[in-house]
Design a protein around this ligand. Structure first.
Ligand SMILES: [Zn+2]
Ligand SMILES: [Zn+2]
Length: 122
């Protein structure tokens, strides 16, 4: 009986109850340059429960993070306004179960609410 499969898995270190990572070369989907997904990073990803390999090289990842921050304080996010549909940055991470508005629409909404509240009090 020959077991070529068992032999193969011995070679890559799988099946011995001890995951070993190998540096992997991936291609960035933004700049299309190849980059190395190191064994250390793979361990880090697994620890964080991230099942997907990174889609972008470290450079493009940093760029995107900076772009997304777009001058907004830490924790900000880019949203699509639920009222006018424009993109806007807000200094908080919006909850998914609530509509988010750009600054303009937000003040319009708030003004409207205040008028209504004022009216009901009188
Ligand atoms: Zn890239
Ligand atoms: Zn708006």
């Amino acid at each position: 009986m020959s077991l070529p499969l068992a032999e193969a898995s011995m070679c890559i270190g799988v099946g011995r109850g001890n995951m070993e990572f190998q540096d992997k070369t991936l291609r960035c989907r933004d700049c299309e340059q190849s980059f190395v997904f190191t064994a250390g990073e793979q361990g880090f990803y697994l620890e964080k429960g991230l099942m997907n390999e990174p889609q972008r090289c470290p450079n493009c990842r940093a760029n995107r993070r900076r772009e997304r921050a777009g001058g907004v304080r830490d924790g900000g996010a880019t949203i699509t306004c639920a009222s006018c549909g424009r993109e806007a940055t807000v200094p908080f991470v919006p909850r998914l179960d609530r509509p988010v508005y750009c600054n303009d629409c937000f003040s319009t909404q708030r003004a409207a609410t205040e008028v209504r509240v004022g009216a009901s009090v009188e």
